[in-house]
Every structure is written in C-alpha cells, then in structure tokens.
Write a protein that binds this ligand. Sequence first.
Ligand code: NAG
Length: 387
Amino acid sequence: MAGEVWKISGLITLFLSFSTILTEEILDIDPSGYILYCPCMGRFGNQADHFLGSLGFAKGLNRTLVLPPWVEYKPGISKSIQVPFDTYFKTEPLNTIHRVMTMEEFMKKLAPKIWPPEKRVAFCYMARHNSEGCNAKEGNPFGPFWDTYDVDFVGSQFYKPLNYDVHHHDMAVKWNQEFPPSEWPVLAFVGAPASFPVQKENIYLHKYLQWSHSIEEQTWSFIKTLPKGPFIGVHLRNGIDWERACEHVEHSPNLFAAPQCLGYRNEHGVSTKDLCLPPENLIIKQLKRVIKNIGAKSIFVASDSDHMIDKLNEALKRMKVTAHMLKPSNPHVDLAILGRSNHFIANCVSSFSAFAKRERDAIGFPSSFWAFPPEKDKKKRPVHDEF
Ligand SMILES: *[C@@H]1O[C@H](CO)[C@@H](O)[C@H](O)[C@H]1NC(C)=O
C-alpha cells in the first residue's frame, strides 16, 4: 500500500517537473531578439516571395522570425482575413534552417513578457502617408492585420538608410549595431523586410517551405483521380487584372516575377506580351510538344480565370489527353498539385507560378515557361534551361 502511494506521488512529481521543463522550454526568450512583420503587399504569390526574403533577413540578423499569418481577401468583405501560417505550411522544416515561431504563439506566450502594449513600436523606412510616423495600421490590410492580435503601436522608428539586403555591405552588423537586441528585443515592421521579387540569394530557402499535412492530403487525393500516367501541370494566369498588367509589359522589361526566366539583370532577354499572356495557339502548340516528350496522359490546369478545359480537351482529343481542374477552387492545393506534376509549364511573369517553379527546382523536377525562350532563340538555348 505504502509502496503504491510512493509510486503515485513519484509519478506526480515526475509529471510536474516534466511539465515545468516543457513550459520553460516554450517560454524561453531568445536573447538575440525577434522579427515581426505584416505581409501587407499583394496576394499569396507576392507574400511568399516576401516571406523568403524576411526569413533570409531574420537569419542574417540572427533574430527569431515570427511567422505572420497569410493575408487574404474575400469578395464582399472589406477587411483582410488573416490565416495562421501553419494552416498551409509546416513549421518544423523551417525550424531546421532558422529559429521561427508562429505569430499566435508569440502573441500568447511571449508578447506579455517582452513586447507589452507600452513597448510596441512600429518600424518603417521613413514616415508614411504624409504623416509624422509609420502609421502602421492605416488602411487595409494594415489595420485588420494588427487588430487580429490586438496590437496598437505607441510609437514609430525609422531605419533609413539601412536596408534588407543582408548578403552585402555588412548590413546585418549595421542593423544589430543600430538596434541591439538587448535594447530592441522586437523589431515589428510595417511591411515585409524583403524585396520583390525574391532576392536571388534567398531562393534556396524555399526548400524549407513545405505544405501542411492537410494540403498534402488534398493534393494526393486529387492526383489519384487523374488518368493513370504522367501529367503536365500548367498555370494559366489570364484574369482581367492580369491582361491589363501585361499591356505594360514592354515598358517594364523585368515585370513582377520575370527574373525567374529572364535573369535578374535581363541576361536572358526582356518581357514580351506572349511571355505574360500567352495566346491560345501558343499554349496548345507548346502543350503538344511536352505531351510528346514525356508521354503525358492528362493536363492539370490552375487558373485565376479561364481554365480553357473544353478548348484543351478538343485540341488534345486525338492525342487522347484530357484536361482537368480542381473543384471547388483552392489556390494552395492548385500550387501543391503543380508542384507534384511530371512537368510544369509556368507563367514567367507570375509570382504564383514562381512559387511552384521554385518548389520544383528544390526537388529537381523539370519546368518550362510559356513563350520562353522565344521561338527564334530556340536553337541557342535548351528548352529546360533551369539556371
Ligand atoms: C544566434 O542566436 C542564438 C540564439 O539566441 C545564439 O545562441 C547564438 O549564439 C547566436 N549566434 C551568433 C553568431 O551570435
């Protein structure tokens, strides 16, 4: 009897000390500090580019990166919606390359200790909106973003002339001299501390951005419904906003994500209308070529507007190849499926396409681009030029 009691109390003691260890581990404060930011520019593709840059920046400064929620916009709702980072991505692989934690975890467990309401200063390059300060919560998604976590700012801090390129000019050292973690445990940025498109030096970080189990499951259950055999993933970016953007392509030789095929200094050419918005005959011609090359049995189409399913089925009928899309639409699962296709044809100008292209490069899967290289250059360059 006494022995039993001893055993039980021993277990309780063990349990208590174990949970203390757990709690302490979770609440460990990083003496090197934290970085917070609002992914306040663009939709998912742009936010992902910014995420890689912000991760590179946090790693350069050796501060823990607080993983912000993804900012989404729903038709008919005027305020942005914040979706926790780990809804779409695993945090464990990221933790193997640098220290990260979700915004939810940070706000709940650490903010009361190291970032209480009276210490919440917003960081920006210089004053915004013709005002004195950063105006971190002015406009959408700025206001709704911080409101999601009940954050108000008591002040502003400008960091001009510092920048986010930690790969040159000792920039990380300069940041830590100007804002030492002992004095500034938290740097909270009004926008992402990163450039767009993603800086070349940060592309490798994509490897650590891996889909959550839920997205993975939805991806595989869709792929299982496709006809047996290799499939080609294609991205058709063709909504009305995009058509308008492409009209100006000739005046911006490296529009949006275009450096992914043209090179960061346009060493592989300049943007063209076809590269931005490939015409139907070009799409079909290019698809037929890839179908023959890899013996594809089906096409998976991701699009923001016209998936061209009927047109593709008609054009590819004689090759016995069918076109498919995800219903109901889900852009994250779309991307994950594109990432797993046997060959991917990307829109070079689109950051959405760029996401899948980077993911595939990291695993060594082949991709190509619509209308690139341009027909007349074909002989000079192989089709699957991955740079
Ligand atoms: C980076 O930060 C970690 C965690 O705070 C710390 O243990 C490590 O010494 C820091 N590294 C450098 C080079 O300062």
